[in-house]
Design a protein around this ligand. Sequence first.
Ligand SMILES: [Zn+2]
Length: 136
Amino acid sequence: MNLLPAPPVNADNRPYRDGASAGRLMLPHCGACGHRFFMPRYQCPRCWSNDLHWTPASGRATIHSYCIVRRAALPAFADRVPYVLALIDLAEGPRMMSQILGENALQAHIGAAVELCFETCADGAQLPQFRLVHHG
Ligand SMILES: [Zn+2]
């Protein structure tokens, strides 16, 4: 499988990207109203405060919805099809998009328990992704 190009780093997402490189999924939360959110941005989407703080997520989550991608939109994804692209509800509240990794990824379904894992990108950066939780 080809390595994915690393997403760009900017001032808004640097704590997220640095956390991923250290093996953590970092989430911003607002110091003014307490709201936790994703994607990273420079101000709280609820109250517009820029008093933001970062804490690691537990990595526990469930699939809110998903689709199976059968035609790659970009050449970097061509050798992955079919693959599962999912909306993930983190235990902490925010929803994020992720690919579901693992040999059983096509067994994904709404409500399935997933756990955080990391994928190495072309520049060595770590990309937070998710995989189905195995039971038994
Ligand atoms: Zn806020």
